[in-house]
Design a protein around this ligand. Sequence first.
Ligand code: HEM
Length: 521
Amino acid sequence: MVNKKFNSEEEKLTNQQGHMVTDNQNTRTVGDRGPMTLENYDFLEKISHFDREKIPERIVHARGTGAHGYFQSYGTVNGEPISKYTRAKVFTETEKQTPVFVRFSSVVHGKHSPETLRDPRGFAIKFYTEDGNWDLVGNNLKIFFIRDPLKFPDMIHAFRPDPVTNIQDLERMFDFVSQSPEAMHMITFVYSPWGIPATYRHMQGSGVHTYKWVNHEGTSVLVKYHWEPVQGIKNLTQGEADKIQGKNFNHATQDLYEAIEKGDYPEWELYVQIMEDNEHPELDYDPLDPTKLWYKEEAPWHKVGKMVLNKNPENFHAEVEQAAFGTGVLVDGLDFSDDKLLQGRTYSYSDTQRYRVGPNYLQLPINRPLKNIATNQSGGQMDYRQDYGDQNDPHVDYEPSYISGLKESENPGREHQPYVEGHLQREPIPRTNNFGQAGETYRRLNEWERKDLIHNLVSALSDCRKGIQDKMIEMFYQCDQDYGKRVEDGLKMAMNKMKSQEDKMDQAVDQAEEMGHVSDP
Ligand code: HEM
């Protein structure tokens, strides 16, 4: 896209101080063959800025793309007004379109890695609501590998390339998984075609965690969010993904960008599942456990709104690279649950963003709310504001104050005040049930999906040592007998095939040696 402003006759190249640039081809040197001199401000500024053009990539989800659009609520849940459950205006005010920015991503590999890799996909939405920003930082899949945030850095290390060879080694991944039975459910999804969505437009999204909705009376319910693509869902088998990757490693970014450019705007409908806010002892799993699905039979999906993406970013760095989402970013009427993983994440996001983008990352246009900011928080590197809000007295940057300054808001409803008690301790949750839903998911897949799952698992596990293979097979059996047997049989065949290929190779070398045909170049 050519920006007219920069093409016009009046607009001429300057440096960042506004000085005109009269020669952008030759540095200033002593004589025409050099040397250069240190007062060469134009050159030094240009090259120093270039040296700093990139910010650290995200520690996870480095590869991604984004788009702008809007969300509109339908205002009801299963025929009842949504205000019965939440007072969040983004849901209760149906005539309004709330602007959104969405970033899609893959997880494990770097910023330019292929978009065909087997990996969950990130689906992060920033809603610029009239009450400030709400971020729903989810994935395409509805569950996660682990349930305790203490394990996240180890999990990511195991999934990433080997720190010595820099080669991704699936043995490291399955080593971790074989010792983390809670990951069996997620592995079942990720190694099936659900692990390679065809494009970002054709994938679902999910908040994964259990959150809470709070109404005017301060009463809460447990809620899960799901996005359903109006374009339909498409996943790839490994073979299909390999073919695409051979030709294009940006296919998902390209697909989204081109669809929006030609006016074919992708849409998702938002569904929620709701449960009463209690421990639900009747279930064989904990409703706050992010490794578990809430089955539709237990908690039906209710359509509550739709999202349309209708504008591409104009500047990838400004809007996509510097976008900063976080699970702590909630508005009035939305709340956290006690899911430990959710609570661990909530610290991690703004922590990394202060490092990755800078302490004033919330002042950037992509991150700041559309509503007016009136805060006594100021200073820090690159704080460019001079005016901290219309009603702020610049002399009184504290609160409370008799003199003047910013005042607290009235609470728009009764505060939700959950009661908690217990010993401080290190314990897993009581209802881990690591294998039940993994087996059920296996049985609910179509046969072609199961075939692809077994094929992908066998191929990945073939490169693992026997101890890891045996542990994984034992756990697949615990999920489902047929699941265990098919992986076990598949692995036996694959290992025999590998053995006979190795034997053939040895024989060929022996024969060649006997015939004196081994060359010694
Ligand atoms: C990105 C931490 C689990 C979805 C990130 C980032 C960090 C992080 C540090 C980089 C953020 C940035 O640089 O702006 C964690 C931790 C987790 C966890 C500590 C568990 C304890 C999850 C889960 C999901 C998820 C369960 C899905 C529900 C995402 C997404 C992004 C992301 C979508 C990319 C956001 C973007 O597009 O900028 N995570 N994460 N993460 N995470 Fe997590």
